[in-house]
Write a protein that binds this ligand. Structure first.
Ligand SMILES: Cc1ccnc(S(N)(=O)=O)n1
Ligand SMILES: [Zn+2]
Length: 261
């Protein structure tokens, strides 16, 4: 009998330790996307993305991830089309990743897990007057999920990676101007979409998820730079910021639609 090594991870970050799940939640995220169960919807339009690089403000470490914030005071960086009835404003993007390349993404595709996942968070300025309000609204938010896989160096991501040492500790911030997050999008237009929730508190069921089918490639050094960040503030005992992903949630009575056959 060959001895097999069962590798698994134990998520110990306080946030996920108690595995907060909205009591009675019926549309929680993340989920495992079963390709064969997804339903092609010919009415889904191509997603249209218009980001203005000058709306980029700063990067900060919020104790769960590193986050790039945008000026959302006008319709300058917006998405529309796809499953959406109107335009949504980009508010921020952030990532989730693992301690090693074997896991890290929040969503999975046919139980395949990626080493990291990018989330671009947008809110609906037609039905809400602020991002904070949109978080509480049904379909107030749209999050685009992009999988990261180990491969070639990603030149666009490197500008972000070079800034990470400046936000090593929780609640640190660094100015980051003129960055176009479109460079983090795969060229393939295909996506899945389903109704879900935020994956970190307040876990509200206000998100239309758009998960890109094709991952982007990043190299080992870039992933290792993510893993150099800390959950902890300066002066505290250091805890590396890794495995900041929520466990899979039940699909319950939901159908995942695909934009492609
Ligand atoms: C804005 C926000 C808060 C919490 N969680 C998320 S996430 N991970 O679902 O994109 N986004
Ligand atoms: Zn996220």
């Amino acid at each position: 009998r060959e001895n097999c090594l069962v590798t698994c991870h134990v998520n110990v970050h306080p946030l996920w330790q108690s595995e907060l799940s909205v009591s009675g939640g019926t549309r929680q995220s993340p989920i495992n996307i079963q390709w064969r169960d997804s339903v092609y919807d010919p009415h889904l339009k191509p997603l249209k993305i218009h980001y203005d690089p000058t709306t980029c403000l700063y990067i900060w470490n919020n104790g769960y991830s590193f986050q790039v914030e945008f000026d959302d005071s006008a319709d300058k960086s917006v998405i529309m089309g796809g499953p959406l009835e109107n335009h949504y404003r980009l508010k921020q993007f952030h990532f989730h990743w693992g301690a090693i390349n074997e896991w890290g993404s929040e969503h999975m595709v046919d139980s395949k897990v990626y080493p990291a996942e990018l989330h671009l968070v947008h809110w609906n300025p037609v039905t809400s007057t602020s991002f904070e309000e949109a978080i509480m609204e049904n379909n107030g938010l749209v999050v685009i999920g992009v999988f990261l896989k180990l491969g070639a160096h990603h030149a666009g991501l490197q500008k972000l990676v070079d800034a990470l040492p400046a936000v090593k500790h929780k609640d640190t911030i660094v100015e980051f101007d003129v960055f176009d997050p479109s460079c983090l999008m795969p060229s393939c237009p295909d996506y899945w979409t389903y109704d879900g929730s935020l994956t970190t508190p307040p876990l509200t069921e206000s998100v239309t998820w758009i998960i890109k089918k094709t991952p982007i490639e990043v190299d080992q050094n870039q992933l290792e730079e993510f893993r150099m960040l800390l959950f902890t503030s300066a002066g505290e005992e250091e805890k590396r910021m890794v495995d900041n992903f929520r466990p899979l949630q039940p699909l319950m009575n939901r159908t995942v639609r695909s934009s492609f056959r």
